[in-house]
Every structure is written in C-alpha cells, then in structure tokens.
Design a protein around this ligand. Structure first.
Ligand code: RB5
Length: 145
C-alpha cells in the first residue's frame, strides 16, 4: 500500500515544500500537500497543528513540515498527542529519528538547509524503519509523559 504523507509549511518554506512534494511523489509516496500556496506571511503554529492532526488521526502515516528554521513548526506539531517530530539538518539524524524514536513527522528549516540536502534528508527519513525492541520501551515512555 502506498504510504500517505502530509506536507505543510509557513510562508518561509513554500518553495522547498513544493520541491519536497515533487520529490516524494516521484519516489512513489502519496502526498497530501495542505499548503499554504500563497506567499503572504502566515503563522507556523497553525500549519504545524493542521499537519500533525492529519497524522494523529491516521489520515496520513507520516508528515513533513517546514518553516524558516523548522523549529517553531516542530514545536507546534509536538503539542498534538501521538506526534513525534524532529528537526533535522543531516541525514544521520533523519534516519535515526525513525529507527530509534519512531518519529512520525520530520521538520525542515528552509533557511537552514539547501534543497539538495533537504531532499537527501527526506530520503533518509522516508527510507528508514523503526527498530522496536528497547526503543519501543522508550517511545512508550515518551507517550506516557
Ligand atoms: C518566520 O519568519 C519564521 O519565524 C518561521 O518560519 C520559523 O523559522 C519559526 O520557527
């Protein structure tokens, strides 16, 4: 079955979000891009929350969210129960947050990483799988906080 991933961003990351969407679709993922599509200044918390709710509800399996640094939108997404989102600027961390932390969302900073690296980070995140075992115990502990 095709993995369905939700994408969202604020105004600072529209171009990179669209590049990520095209890249993920080309790689065979079903992309649900919930915008925004116009460049006016907007508020990253609402876009982070909207994407997180798509994942938390089960409508999408994974999410990729972007803002200038990735930090603000990640903080908002992590307020939604069941969301484990990490900001990554390197491919090692992007794979590890899936393998060890069972992250269901990735945040990227469009003012931090260039498009080439961002797409490699996306590949590392989408290509990794949760290892379970002792990591499952720890993820359960995160959920219990
Ligand atoms: C917008 O200027 C900027 O604050 C936002 O994109 C993000 O970097 C916040 O964390």
């Amino acid at each position: 079955m095709t993995t369905r991933i939700v994408l969202s961003s604020d105004h600072a990351a529209i171009d990179l979000r669209q590049a990520v969407a095209a890249h993920a679709e080309k790689a065979g993922f079903e992309v649900v891009d919930i915008g925004p599509t116009t460049p006016e200044s907007t508020h990253y918390p609402k876009h982070g929350q909207a994407a997180a709710q798509r994942v938390a509800s089960g409508d999408c399996t994974l999410g990729i969210i972007l803002c200038g640094t990735g930090q603000g939108i990640m903080m908002a997404a992590n307020k939604v129960k069941g969301i484990r989102c990490g900001v990554c600027s390197d491919t090692f961390s992007a794979a590890m947050i899936r393998q060890h932390n069972d992250a269901n969302m990735l945040a990227l900073g469009a003012r931090v990483v260039g498009e080439g690296l961002a797409l490699e980070i996306v590949d590392a995140f989408l290509g990794a799988t949760f290892e379970g075992g002792r990591h499952g115990t720890r993820v359960d502990m995160i959920e219990a906080v």
